[in-house]
Design a protein around this ligand. Structure first.
Ligand SMILES: [Zn+2]
Length: 197
């Protein structure tokens, strides 16, 4: 269920077999929401999440409140967790990060659409969350009945905070080693919060 932390280069390219007008309209590798997928107004959470897309799952007061609660917890506990590892935020600006809640299917433009939307994602297995350090976007299932919802959100939020606060780039090693270390930190973070991994 854990997502790889980093995305690769993104390009917006029309694809298709000649004569197939449906395929011609599909875009490859464009991870952020397309205009028609965006909410009319983004939902701005107090904790800093800005949700631009929320498709395929309920989005009522209860769901919004649950996200706010988890997000606030992760933000509040970040500093003490980092201190345990001898790490710290590289700046003090207020956290903000773009988020998209997607259906978790393999359908076109869903979370596990590795043929088109997430073509450049390194993981090909089914996942419940993914944070792209390339376009600074957190993508995950919005289905709060999914048993992995809470731990996935907290895990991905760790990556998002690490990206925003320049934590993973301050780690030792080359890029692959830093990404691997960030993954271990994200796994440890949800454990630290009492949510398992
Ligand atoms: Zn991860």
């Amino acid at each position: 269920m854990l997502a790889l932390a980093v995305g690769t280069a993104v390009s917006l390219t029309a694809v298709g077999a000649a004569g197939d007008s449906t395929r011609d309209k599909r875009v490859v590798g464009h991870m952020p929401p397309l205009p028609e997928e965006r909410l009319a107004e983004p939902i701005e959470f107090k904790c800093g999440f800005v949700v631009h897309e929320w498709r395929g799952s309920p989005r009522g007061e209860r769901e919004v409140a649950h996200v706010e609660e988890l997000c606030a917890l992760a933000l509040e506990r970040l500093d003490p967790y980092l201190a345990r590892h001898g790490l710290r935020r590289q700046h003090d600006r207020d956290f903000t990060y773009d988020v998209a809640f997607l259906p978790d299917s393999r359908e076109y433009r869903a979370l596990n659409d590795i043929n088109f939307r997430f073509y450049y994602r390194r993981t090909t297995y089914v996942i419940t969350g993914y944070t792209s350090f390339t376009n600074h976007f957190l993508y995950m299932t919005g289905d709060q009945n999914d048993l992995e919802f809470d731990v996935t959100l907290l895990h991905e939020q760790f990556h998002a905070m690490s990206d925003f606060y320049g934590i993973w780039t301050s780690l030792d090693g080359d890029q692959d080693e830093r990404v691997a270390a960030d993954e271990q930190l994200a796994v440890g973070f949800t454990r630290y919060l009492g949510y398992g991994e």
